[in-house]
Design a protein around this ligand. Structure first.
Ligand SMILES: NC(=O)c1ccc[n+]([C@@H]2O[C@H](COP(=O)([O-])OP(=O)(O)OC[C@H]3O[C@@H](n4cnc5c(N)ncnc54)[C@H](OP(=O)(O)O)[C@@H]3O)[C@@H](O)[C@H]2O)c1
Length: 328
C-alpha cells in the first residue's frame, strides 16, 4: 500500500514513490504502454507525476501525452493528482528557448499548460541554475507564476548548495516558500544526500523544503538488467536514452551484482532495495521513479514492503560502494 509523507514544512503530502516522465512517455514511445503505466501508478496510489517542458523526445511530447491521458482516462480526478513541470533546459529554438531567464520561464509555463490542457500545475520548478541568470530574476519569475495561479507552489532543481540557500531566502521573503527541491540521488551518486551539514538534503531540510530524489536506480544500473550485457530494449541501447554506454562500467555492474545478494537476503529485488535505501532517511519526501513497463512499475511498488535497514546491512552496502558511492 502506498505511503505518504508531508512535504517539508507544508500541508502537502506526497506519495513516497512518484512517477517521472523523462523517458518512455514521448512521441517515440508506445502510447498504450505510457497510458497503462500512468493508470497503474494512479491506481496504486502514486498521485504525483513529474514532468518538464523538454521531456520526450520530441521535446514537449511527454506533456502532450500526459495531458491526453489525464483528459481521456482521468477526467474528474484532477484534484487527486499532483503535477509538476519545469523549465530551464534547451526546449525551443532561439535564444529564449533555453536557460532560466524570466522570459523563458514565463513562456514555458504557458506552453506546458497548453500542451497538458491544464489550468494550473501543482509545482513549477526552475529546472537548473544556468550559470548566468541572477537568482533573483529566476526566483521572481517563480513567485509571479505562483501569484498568477498558473502554479500552486514553486520548486528548484539541481541548484548548488550555496545558491540553493539564496533561492529559499528569496522565495520565503516573497511569501512563496520553496515546496520541493529535486536532486539526483541513488546508491551510486550520493553527494546531494551526504550526511554533512552542507549537503543539498541538509540545506533543504533546514529550510523546510521537501526533498525529492531523481534517477533513484541510476537510470537502470541499479537493477539486474545489465548483468549480461546491454539488452536491446534498455535505456543504454536507445539512441534517445540519456544513459551512455560508457556509464555502464564493469565496476558498477559488479557492484550491482553484489548488492543483488543483499537484496535477496532481504526478500527484495535490487530496484526495491535501492528505492527503500533512499527512503530510509526521513528527510527524503519521495523518490521519482522512471519505468518503461508496467512490470517494472509493479516491481518498484513493492519497495515499501520492507523499508527498514539494520546497521549491519547498511555497513555491508557501504563496504560494496564505499561511503561516497561510485560517482556517476
Ligand atoms: N530535475 C532533473 O534534472 C531530472 C533529471 C533526471 C530525471 N528527473 C526525474 O526523475 C525521473 C526518474 O529518473 P530516471 O528515469 O532516471 O529514474 P531511474 O529509476 O533511475 O531509471 C529508470 C529506468 O530504470 C529502469 N528500471 C526501472 N525500474 C526497473 C525495474 N524494476 N527493473 C529493471 N529496470 C528498471 C528502466 O530502464 P529501461 O528503460 O532500460 O527499461 C527505467 O527507464 C524522471 O522521469 C524525471 O521525472 C529529473
Amino acid at each position: 500500500m502506498m505511503k505518504y509523507q508531508y512535504c517539508g514544512h507544508s500541508g502537502i503530502r506526497l506519495p513516497m514513490l512518484s512517477l517521472g516522465l523523462w523517458h518512455n512517455f514521448g512521441s517515440v514511445d508506445p502510447y498504450d504502454t505510457a497510458r497503462d503505466m500512468i493508470l497503474r501508478a494512479f491506481d496504486a496510489g502514486i498521485c504525483h507525476f513529474d514532468l518538464a517542458n523538454n521531456y520526450g523526445p520530441e521535446p514537449g511530447s511527454a506533456e502532450t501525452n500526459f495531458g491526453r491521458i489525464v483528459r481521456e482516462q482521468l477526467a474528474g480526478h484532477r484534484d487527486e493528482i499532483f503535477i509538476s513541470t519545469k523549465a530551464g533546459h534547451a526546449m525551443w529554438p532561439g535564444v529564449y528557448g533555453d536557460g532560466s531567464s524570466r522570459k523563458s520561464l514565463m513562456a514555458s509555463c504557458d506552453q506546458s499548460l497548453k500542451r497538458m490542457g491544464l489550468e494550473y500545475v501543482d509545482v513549477f520548478y526552475s529546472h537548473r541554475y544556468d550559470g548566468i541568470t541572477p537568482i533573483e530574476e529566476t526566483m521572481q519569475a517563480l513567485v509571479d507564476i505562483v501569484r498568477s495561479g498558473k502554479a500552486l507552489y514553486a520548486g528548484i532543481s539541481k541548484y548548488p548548495a550555496d545558491l540553493q540557500q539564496r533561492c529559499y531566502d528569496y522565495l520565503r521573503s516573497h511569501d512563496v516558500p520553496c515546496l520541493l527541491s529535486q536532486y539526483p540521488a541513488n546508491m551510486f551518486k550520493r553527494a546531494s544526500i551526504a550526511p554533512t551539514p552542507d549537503s543539498n538534503l541538509a540545506v533543504a531540510a533546514r529550510n523546510g523544503s521537501g526533498f525529492i530524489c531523481f534517477s533513484p536506480l541510476a537510470q537502470g544500473l541499479l537493477t539486474p538488467k545489465y548483468q549480461k550485457g546491454i539488452p536491446q530494449h534498455s535505456r543504454a541501447a536507445r539512441s534517445t536514452g540519456f544513459l551512455r554506454l560508457d556509464q555502464v562500467t564493469e565496476e558498477r555492474i559488479e557492484a550491482a551484482r553484489q548488492l543483488m545478494g543483499i537484496a535477496e537476503e532481504r526478500g527484495q529485488t535490487l530496484p526495491q532495495m535501492a528505492l527503500a535505501w533512499l527512503l530510509n532517511d526521513a528527510r527524503v519526501t519521495s523518490v521519482i521513479i522512471g519505468t518503461s513497463s508496467v512490470e517494472q512499475l509493479d516491481d518498484n511498488l513493492q519497495a515499501l514492503r520492507n523499508p527498514a535497514f539494520c546497521e549491519e546491512e547498511l555497513r555491508r552496502i557501504d563496504r560494496i560502494l564505499g561511503k561516497e558511492g561510485i560517482a556517476m
